[in-house]
Design a protein around this ligand. Sequence first.
Ligand code: S3P
Length: 445
Amino acid sequence: MHESAPSTRPLTARRPAAALTGSLSVPGDKSISHRALMFAGLAIGRTQITGLLEGEDVLRTAAAMRALGAEVTQTGGIWQVWGRGVGGLTEPADVLDMGNSGTAARLLCGLLASHPMFSVMTGDASLRRRPMKRVTDPLSAIGARFAAREGGRLPLAIEGATDPLPVAYRLPVASAQVKSSLLLAGLNAAGHSVIEEPEPTRDHSENMLRHFGATVDVEVDGAGRIITLHGQPELKAADIIVPGDPSSAAFPLASALLVPGSSVTVTNVGLNKLRAGLFATLAEMGADITIANQRTEGGEPVGDLTATYGPLRAVDVPAHRVPSMIDEYPILAVIAASAVGTTRMRGLNELRVKESDRLAATAAMLAQAGVRVEIEDDDLLVHGTGAPPAGGGLVVTHMDHRIAMSGLVLGLSAAAPMAVDDTAFIDTSFPGFVDLMRHLGADFR
Ligand code: S3P
């Protein structure tokens, strides 16, 4: 989409004259939305999905599932999927373009690899730089064949296995995308697929598979988990309610913590504990964040979060927390820039292979605002002074939605405005972000 109609949307954020106040809800969870469309496409019957994220990444997944034979419709915010049954997808007639979405591309590889058909996948310039061997290597072991660009990068041609073998794999990196790709492949293999993860990663796939009637056993194994999927289940359509995305909620909540006098509530935020690392970290920093109205909706815990401005202190964020807040480091770094002391975020090597090299992009963004920042091996150190950053620089987003939103929040908190080179990619995960933030009182021009 972006490449056929290239249009950048620069924006400048400045400290608002008044505090940010108000209540809002954020769009649906991106991870759950991708999975809802894919699993519903493998179920028998009609699944209704409420609260699906209608961001560009998820729309790519919807288009891909249609191209694979599922019927996917949308009316007035309600999505319906008529699935094909496990193993029932059909060969796509054209190249599948996954846009900016690593999750869509990697999860879909698991589906394509476990059906006896030929497909080709591509993506935008950001996605074409990202590593795919982390999924194609284990998927080759079940009988699929891949041809890719140097380094296993997209575009990728896939010859799916005729009789996929069950998966037996220990993940070398803690990645929910790789785990989920393998679970999707294992669905169409006879017997049990066993996946070991060194550290627990988001378990939306496991939860949703059970919701559709599959048997998934999870055993705790030291710090990690062993997940066993019973192959070739009959998945039955089951309606899904998608909670608000905690990774999106992070931005308005962070803004409230940083703009003097502010208090902002985000309602209906997903609080799955394997996604809630940022909130644990902010509590350690002394942030005033309260949770009200905790409940379970569609099998996931949700609640209403209120963040109120106040002093913050630096923290040391342990590496074992990375999987539970992998997408939140850029915004945590922005918050840390206003805290008192040096925040060290450990073990961030996976940030180098996100929509951009997020470790480098985050450090560059803060340096542009006059913040003292260092990368030491895989750790990011942010030296906060307790005062607002100087600001006044330019944030280069590198086609990365989370860098764009973090840059805008940085501008709200800094003494001088911050310019962000391109906010167009925000639509991949948080359509409406700029307007919602303006409603709270953000000064974006
Ligand atoms: C996701 C998992 C994470 C995360 C991404 C979404 C998912 O990636 O960064 O935005 O939906 O499974 P990794 O699991 O590869 O770290």
